[in-house]
Design a protein around this ligand. Structure first.
Ligand SMILES: Nc1nc2c(ncn2[C@@H]2O[C@@H]3COP(=O)(O)O[C@H]3[C@H]2O)c(=O)[nH]1
Length: 705
């Protein structure tokens, strides 16, 4: 590794290795061993004077300086076409400070401005000249040009910087330069392109091996990252100097063109998905970036076993459903996982149309009961530990006569100051809550207002977690509480697959896409905005705030579609929280809230065992009803193992945790720092597993409610 001598520079520009530049100066300064003895750069100076000469000028000329005299009136024209290293200003020039300021504005730091005088300069005059950044003074009769020589050498090096930057920004290798205080001083364009980091976010940050290691692995490398460090140092080798971190391309002897050509097969395989903008131009989605990076990687690994893996990755990423897992993701032949997959993710293909479905039969309008509800002592007591994971919503359901949702929401919305955030009167909120509660179906064993209350309490509990509160913006917290309250509104007790297979009007309306989730949130806004209902809790929000609040609520409710579980999980896991840009902060907050609501929605397997067991029994009873109706009407049976005649309930719970809950809660509880929730999930899981062998279908007739 060649050691290059390098100066240290405090500016954010990297120092230039002296070896890389030809030395400035006369012949005796030419350094032996340089690649070639080219002509040294000219040492040019101008003398701005109306007439003057002296020993100092002679000295300069005798050391290879070219010194041209120029009148004050023509200096600016000269500087418009040249950049002398040195500008000598005769102290007798009229209005010198103004001229100095004008010259400084033209040359900035590219030239050294020095006042030459036949007498000492007063302190007052120095101060006025200092305003033009003139801090160097020499005498006409001086023969000491050492400082001039030194500064000129520095200037000559600095002048090549723009060209070096251009060159560095053109290379394919990612380059990071850290200065002697181990602070990042420079990164090139390739670094930004290949790592996704933004220059302004990295420069000034401490040098971090961890950051480099966390960056996408380099091409061809087997290691996390193959950054090589060019440790450079000043003349005194013991001094650490700068570090240049370089992520090299693995050269395989191909020229750039050949490499791309060799990757031709890769190009064809990629068939990059590009969204054509209206103008017919290519607007590539991020996935295309990933695919092009993989293409480059495959070129570098051509012929190696890595290329095969990369091609497989490209094929997967090029598929339509990059987040929906193929069933092979789970244990082969796992009957339960397969049926969960079919029933909740793949959704059964439409079957034959039969007579009206149960969904229509359930649709009845319930009147809102009286606007305010008396809070009994029992209700108040049941609400006491609403801030704990052990909160018993089924106890509240009991003592509130199935008004757990409205009673819990009144308390939680008060604690989270939702009415204040919405500038909404409390009585409007009360009416809204009672109306929403009334549009859940109490006949549903699981998807009723108590499930919404359960999800609302889990949402509040998660929002209380300190690490969550750090990243969730206030309006999104309010949105998530509202979204939890409405997230299964008017649920018919049947899943999306059933609605699609029976070609319910809702599935036609929403094109079979997140049918129920779209309905829940659309109906909630229809009820809220219906003037005659007088329950518009969003009425006092300014237009922009309403739009933002609505957008968040819609997005969060749609995120509860279990079919998109892996998509939201992936988005949450790939979130880069170190990127603190304000624009990213909002996006991070939404991603966190989507994941939060998702986890709240499937949190019953992680509740205290008594609650977990009862919720499980409730949901399987609802599934039993769906399977019964599907069989009765000769519809495709979407989850056959949920058949009362044959079901092993503990096994269905084991399957649900294996397929959905464990991964989600492992990620979520790590982020939210709620280890006890994951511990409870695993404890419940083991308990279900221990119950599976002894379970018989007879148990399915005495399930808990
Ligand atoms: N088997 C099982 N499925 C669950 C459980 N909790 C949530 N789910 C499923 O996860 C889905 C989340 O969205 P839905 O509420 O629409 O329907 C839910 C059920 O299909 C559970 O405890 N057991």
């Amino acid at each position: 590794m060649p050691w290059c001598c390098i100066g240290s520079s405090s500016s954010s520009t990297p120092p230039i290795s002296a070896d890389a530049l030809l030395p400035l100066g006369n012949q005796e300064n030419t350094q032996p061993g340089l690649p070639h003895q080219a002509k040294t750069p000219a040492k040019t100076a101008i003398l701005v004077t109306t007439g003057g000469d002296g020993l100092f000028i002679d000295r300069l000329r005798s050391t290879n300086w070219t010194v041209d005299s120029v009148s004050p009136s023509s200096v600016e024209a000269l500087l418009a076409r040249s950049r002398p290293l040195l500008i000598l200003l005769d102290s007798r020039t009229e209005d010198l400070p103004a001229l100095a300021k004008s010259i400084r504005s033209m040359v900035e730091d590219e030239s050294l401005l020095t006042v030459i005088s036949d007498r000492s300069i007063s302190e007052k005059r120095r101060r006025s000249l200092a305003k033009a950044n003139i801090v160097h003074f020499v005498s006409w009769n001086s023969r000491d040009t050492s400082l001039i020589e030194y500064v000129a050498r520095l200037n000559a090096r600095l002048r090549i910087l723009p060209a070096l930057y251009t060159a560095l920004d053109e290379v394919d290798e990612a380059i990071e330069v850290c200065d002697d205080s181990h602070t990042v001083a420079y990164v090139n364009s390739a670094y930004e392109r290949l790592t996704g980091c933004v220059r302004s976010q990295v420069i000034g940050q401490p040098d971090s091996e961890i950051r480099r290691k966390s960056l996408p692995s380099s091409f061809g490398g087997r290691r996390n990252c193959d950054w090589s460090c060019l440790r450079v140092s000043t003349a005194n080798a013991s001094f650490s100097g700068h570090c240049v971190y370089l992520r090299r391309r693995v050269s395989d002897g191909f020229s750039n063109h050949d490499q791309h050509f060799a990757g031709g097969q890769m190009h064809r395989d990629l068939s990059l998905k590009s969204i054509r903008s209206q103008g017919g131009g290519l607007v590539d989605a991020p996935i295309s970036e990933v695919l092009s990076l993989l293409r480059e990687a495959s070129v570098l690994c051509e012929g190696g076993d890595a290329a095969k893996y990369i091609k497989d990755a490209v094929r997967l990423l090029s598929s339509q459903e990059i987040y929906a897992p193929s069933i092979t993701r789970f244990r082969d032949g796992d009957r339960i996982a397969t049926q969960y997959y079919d029933g909740l993710i793949r959704l059964q293909q439409p079957g034959r149309q039969r007579k009206r479905s149960v969904v229509d039969a359930y649709r009845d309008k319930r009147s809102c009961s009286d606007a305010r509800r008396r809070v009994s002592g029992e209700v108040r007591q049941a609400l006491e530990n609403e801030h704990l994971w052990s909160f018993d919503v089924l106890q509240l359901e009991r003592v509130s006569e199935h008004h757990a949702l409205s009673q819990l929401a009144l308390k939680l919305f008060g604690r989270w100051k939702v009415c204040e955030m919405l500038q909404c009167p409390e009585d409007t909120m009360t009416r809204w809550l009672l109306s929403i509660e009334a549009h859940y179906h109490p006949v549903n064993a699981y998807h009723n207002a108590s499930h919404a209350a359960d999800v609302l309490q889990a949402t509040s509990f998660f929002l209380d977690a300190p690490s969550v509160a750090t990243y969730v913006v206030e309006s999104h917290a309010a949105a998530s509480l509202i979204a939890a309250t409405i997230h299964d509104l008017d649920h018919p007790g049947r899943g999306n697959a059933f609605l699609i297979n029976t070609r319910q009007s809702l599935s036609i309306l929403y094109n079979d896409l997140s049918v129920l989730e779209n309905h829940h949130v659309a109906l909630a806004f229809q009820l809220t905005l219906q003037a005659s209902n007088n329950i518009n809790i969003l009425a006092n929000l300014p237009r922009e705030e309403f739009a933002a609040m609505r957008s968040c609520i819609v997005e969060m409710v749609l995120a509860t579609d279990i079919r998109r579980h892996f998509e939201y999980l992936a988005k949450f896991n790939q979130m880069e929280l170190t990127d603190e840009r304000e624009s990213e902060r909002e996006a991070h907050s939404i991603t966190i809230c989507n994941m939060l609501l998702k986890c709240a929605d499937i949190s019953n397997p992680a509740r205290e065992w008594g609650l977990c067991e009862r919720w499980a029994h409730r949901i399987v009873q609802e599934y039993f009803e769906q399977t019964r109706e599907e069989k009765e009407k000769a519809l495709p049976v979407t989850m056959a193992f949920f058949d009362r005649e044959t079901c092993n309930v503990p096994l269905t719970q084991v399957g649900f945790v294996d397929m959905f809950a464990r991964e989600a809660f492992s990620c979520w509880t790590q982020f939210a720092r709620l280890p006890h929730v994951l511990k409870q999930l695993e404890s419940n899981y083991e308990r279900w597993r221990s119950m599976a062998d002894a379970w018989t279908p007879a148990h399915n007739n005495s399930l808990l409610s």
